[in-house]
Each structure stands twice: as C-alpha cells, then as structure tokens.
Design a protein around this ligand. Structure first.
Ligand SMILES: *Cc1c(COP(=O)(O)O)cnc(C)c1O
Length: 350
C-alpha cells in the first residue's frame, strides 16, 4: 500500500485547510481571514458579460491582461510579475524550482503551516527558527542558516505582526538563496517590500487577491521579482495555471483600487473596535497589521471557547500547537458579526 508513494510523501501528513462551510449557511465565519465585504461591483459586471468564447479557448498562459493591470497599479514593468492559481501555487512553484533533498528551507515560527508541507513534499531540509517571546525577528539565525529558500510572511499569520523593511533588507543582502516575502496581508499593512524586490534579485514578493480584494473563491495570486528570478519559476508552473475567469475578474478587482481601499479602511476601523472590546473582556490582544487578531483568553481556555463558539455557529481558528494552543486567531468580520462574537464570548465567560 505505502509502495504507491515516494517515501517522503508516505511519511508526511496532509495540510489541513480551515473549515469551509457551504455558502449561505448561517455561520459567522471568522476562521480563514476572508474579507467580510463582497468584491468590487466591477467584478460582477465582468461575470455578467462573460463571453463564452473565452471559455471555449485556452486562456493566456501568463495571465497577460492581469500582469498589465497589476503593472499599472504597482508602477512596475509587467515582466516583473508572475501570476498564479492563488499565492499558494506560487509558493509551491518557488519550491519546485529552488529545492531538492540536499537543499535547505528556513523560516521563523509560528507562521503559515503550508511552508512546512511544501518542504516535506520536496524532501528538502527544514530549518524552523522560533520568533522571540514578543515576535522579535531571528535575523542572525536566519542569516547563519543561509537557506536556499527562506520564507518570511509579513505581516505574519497567525501573529499579525510585521517584520521591518530594515531587517528584511539585511537578510536579503546576506542570503545567497531566494528570500520569499509572503505579503498575503499587505493591503492591511503600513509598509510593503516592493523596493526590496527592485534592490535584490533574490527577493520575490508574493501577493494574493484572496484577502484585500475579497476573491478567495477565484484563486488568484501574483509574485513580483526580477525577471531573472522569474525565468526559473516559469519553467515549473503549470502551462495554463490561471483560468480565463480568474484573469478577467482579477483585472477588474485590481483596477478598482478605490473600492478595495474603502473595504480595507472599514476592516481597519473594525479591527480597532474589536481589539478594544476583547481587551475589555480580559483578552490579551497582539498588535495586528492584518485582517485578523491573535488573542489570548484570560482563563486559559482557548480550546473550550473555540468549541463552544463553533456549537453556536461562530467559527474562529484554533491551532493545536505549542505556543498557540492557548490562543485564538479571529478574522475581522463586519461590525455586526464582531458584536455577535463579543456577545457570545461574554456569555461563555460569565
Ligand atoms: C491566505 C494566505 C495565503 C494564501 O493565499 P491564496 O492566494 O488564497 O492561496 C498565503 N500566505 C499566507 C500567509 C496567507 O495567510
């Protein structure tokens, strides 16, 4: 039975995504960091006017229309942009191109669990370096590891904190391998790594339409890097990795910056409110530059609260891992959803 699989695949466990209830179910879903607001109205117009000819034919293999649109918005040449089936695919593409069993992959923990899964898939050597007590960045250890691929999610999940551009610059300048800056939450943050991409050939910023642009359902992400780095990545991506619908919808979404910025601004206001309300209930709340909060309940009963909330139709994220099993990660919902969460927590805690 185990003979079907490569040794490393047989030995590894599968990545477990967050629970995804059916759309329309009466669930308050605060577990996967989706945007609580719908995508830009321009997206719906594109879908309503979609020409079936675009479905009959293969899509452009490089998501050219999306590259052009992103190039305009970011003010960076379109040949510096690679488009992917969600940013998860692009993380995988970097691994396929840059790792093999003798090569090292490093990242600070806790962080996005998929990095570990992707490393095991390649049988690469995994070097996990813990963040400090208050998420101090382990710069010297990461430099000393000098991995072939180093992942930094900033803002990070599940902590919500950011790694400063100065520290990223120091890291990029010392590494001989690739530095992947996972900027899935960049739309909610104050800074971004675009300048570093232009300064260093070994740096790629990976972004997504899933969070800031409310498009987790279409699977669209992109990477920004020097064309020399992208040339290797293009060799290992699927030929037609992004479908025609995702490209058309993505162009409409990224071109409507006013709408995106409005939604992001609302989420940030709600983030401040929710943080204050949770602190009033006695929670420790970490600073966040994302659309979620990492929180620690006062009575050391995170798993109990997670279960009880779930029974009441409120999903938050609980990680059964050392350092996280006393905390919850809560996505910022609409103000109404956040208030229902606070009410439910108040009742459970009294
Ligand atoms: C959500 C998330 C992603 C995945 O984004 P997709 O584009 O939906 O695949 C990648 N990295 C981090 C840190 C995330 O939180």
């Amino acid at each position: 039975m185990t003979d079907y699989f490569r040794t490393n695949i047989a030995a590894m466990s599968a990545y477990i995504p967050g629970e995804q209830p059916k759309p329309g179910s009466q669930i308050i879903k605060l577990n996967s960091n989706e945007n609580p607001y719908p995508p830009s109205p321009a997206v719906l117009t594109v879908l309503q006017n979609f020409n079936s000819e675009w479905l009959r034919r293969y899509p452009n293999a490089y998501g050219e229309d999306f590259r052009q649109a992103a190039s305009q918005v970011l003010d960076i040449p379109s040949d510096w942009i690679i488009v992917g089936n969600g940013s998860d695919e692009l993380l995988n593409v970097v691994m396929r191109a840059c790792t093999e069993p003798e090569r090292k992959v490093a990242y600070p923990t806790p962080t996005y669990v998929l990095y570990s899964t992707l490393t095991q898939m390649q049988s690469a050597e995994l070097v996990e370096i813990p963040y400090g007590e208050n998420y101090e960045f382990p710069l010297d250890e990461l430099i000393a590891t000098n991995a072939d691929v180093t992942f930094i999610a900033t803002p990070n999940s599940p902590s919500g904190h950011v790694v400063s551009i100065d520290e990223l610059r120091k890291l990029a300048s010392k590494l001989s391998g690739v530095l992947v800056i996972d900027e899935a939450y960049v739309d909610f943050a104050q800074e971004n790594a675009l300048n570093l991409v232009q300064e260093f050939e070994n740096v790629i910023s990976i972004r997504t339409l899933s969070k800031g642009y409310s498009l987790a359902g279409v699977r669209l992400g992109f990477g920004i890097a020097n064309p020399n780095l992208l040339s290797g990545l293009y060799k290992v991506k699927d030929s037609y990795n992004i479908d025609a619908i995702a490209i058309a919808v993505g162009v409409a979404a990224i071109s409507d910056q006013v709408y995106k910025n409005t939604c992001v601004a609302k989420v940030k206001v709600s983030r401040t409110k929710l943080s204050i309300d949770l602190q009033q209930l006695g929670f420790r709340v970490w600073d966040s530059q994302t659309n979620f909060l990492l929180v620690q309940p006062p009575q050391a009963n995170a798993e109990y609260l997670y279960q009880k909330l779930k029974e009441q139709g409120i999903l938050v994220r609980y990680f059964q891992q050392p350092g996280l099993d006393d905390k919850l990660r809560i996505t910022i919902g609409t103000d109404k959803e956040n208030q229902l969460l606070i009410k439910a927590l108040f009742n459970l805690m009294n």
